[in-house]
Design a protein around this ligand. Structure first.
Ligand code: NAD
Ligand code: UD1
Length: 314
């Protein structure tokens, strides 16, 4: 891979991907409108990457950044489930239409492959666990619906136009550079941020809901494999660890690192929330030769180090 485009490259996962690609000597372009992403995340690379502030719904901007690109990593999206419940139109505009625009621009620019950041949210709350890719999907939120629509378009572009597309259904990603500042942020970033301040978090529902938390470096690793492996065009692949942790035990772990005692505030369950989520990662192992390299304990420790050093810098 010589030249690639990362949409949403100033965001949490996108900027970690940019860092790794730069380390591997790949030429990187980034398109990001900086709604949730920040330039700080890619500041050390700004001189060497081609950064364009722009929207994935702008076909002209996309065509400009797509010229000469071999692989597109499409990360840009409205990422929050509750935000999509509050504003389903905006979520659809960015996630459904934005993904269609990215695919269309890639087709016109003869891009070899598009790797699409989908989500395990597509499975909804159907009872079978762990989640396998051939199971029924049942989105519970506009966000989940939009990711499923993105996958449908990605497969169509493979079938109709021969554009190689690979959809990665990320489970719950965590690690350095995840923005904790919004109520819509990922739970680990919020809990870490509270803990470094010595504050208690809010837990929605009884806290016994569980997630498959995957460390961001493993997600980056899988993106690179998805960009480079042969004979995987059209594949939809789970990306998690195969293990799960409840929200209660997540806080128990983080509060121990931080030495924060006391009972978190408990409020009603969030509408659109999934209760139980854990991945079967056999397909990722088989098609990508993917193996998660970070245990939950290791990932959490590295993440804690980042949030605690960040708090001393700010
Ligand atoms: P993030 O919010 O940090 O990154 C999203 C990036 O997209 C931001 O930099 C934002 O500014 C940019 N963006 C948003 N709308 C845009 C638009 N219209 N045009 C151009 N750029 C735009 O979130 P993240 O956690 O890094 O998520 C990256 C991708 O991974 C998303 O597609 C998300 O749905 C998916 N995903 C994330 C998780 C997770 O746990 N974090 C899990 C499953 C799937
Ligand atoms: C997250 C991602 C979404 C992704 C999905 C895959 C973010 C912001 N969202 O959504 O993009 O597709 O994983 O599963 O990264 N919680 C609390 N207290 C808080 C915050 C959250 O108890 O302060 C609970 C929530 O109610 C939920 C769990 O923690 O049950 C996880 O929430 P969150 O981190 O927002 O993740 P998802 O909704 O799973």
């Amino acid at each position: 891979m010589q030249k690639c485009l990362v949409t949403g490259g100033a965001g949490f996962i996108g900027s970690n991907l940019v860092e790794r690609l730069m380390g591997d000597g790949v030429q990187v372009r980034v398109l990001d409108n900086l709604t949730t992403g920040v330039l700080d995340n890619i500041e050390p690379f700004l001189e060497d990457i081609d950064f364009k502030q722009g929207d994935v719904r702008d076909l002209d901007a996309l065509q400009e950044v797509m010229a000469g690109v071999e692989v597109v990593f499409h990360q840009a999206a409205v990422v929050s489930v509750p935000k999509s419940v509050e504003d389903p139109i905006e979520a659809a505009m960015v996630n459904d239409l934005g993904t269609l625009y990215v695919l269309e621009a890639a087709r016109r620019a003869s891009v070899r492959r598009v790797v699409f950041a989908s989500s395990c949210a597509v499975y909804g709350d159907l009872p079978q666990l762990p989640k396998r890719e051939n199971m029924e999907t049942r989105p519970l939120s506009p966000y989940a619906a939009s990711k499923l629509h993105g996958e449908t378009y990605a497969l169509l572009y493979r079938d109709l136009y021969g554009l190689e597309t690979v959809c990665l259904r990320y489970f719950n990603v965590y690690g350095p550079k995840q923005d904790p500042t919004s109520p819509y942020s990922g739970v680990i970033s919020i809990f870490m941020d509270r803990a470094v301040r010595g504050e208690l978090p809010t837990i929605f529902g009884d806290g016994e809901q569980f997630r498959d938390f995957v460390y961001v470096a493993d997600v980056v690793q899988a993106n690179l494999l998805a960009a480079n492996r042969d004979n995987i065009a059209g594949a939809v692949i789970n990306l998690g660890t195969g293990s799960s942790v409840t929200v209660n035990s997540l806080w128990a772990n983080i509060s121990q690192f931080a030495g924060v005692g006391g009972e978190p505030e408990r409020v009603e369950e969030r509408p659109g929330d999934i209760r139980e989520s854990v991945a079967d990662i056999s397909r990722a192992r088989e098609l990508l030769a993917y193996e998660p390299l970070y245990s939950f304990e290791e990932g959490l420790k590295l993440t804690w180090e980042w949030y605690s050093s960040r708090s001393t810098r700010h």
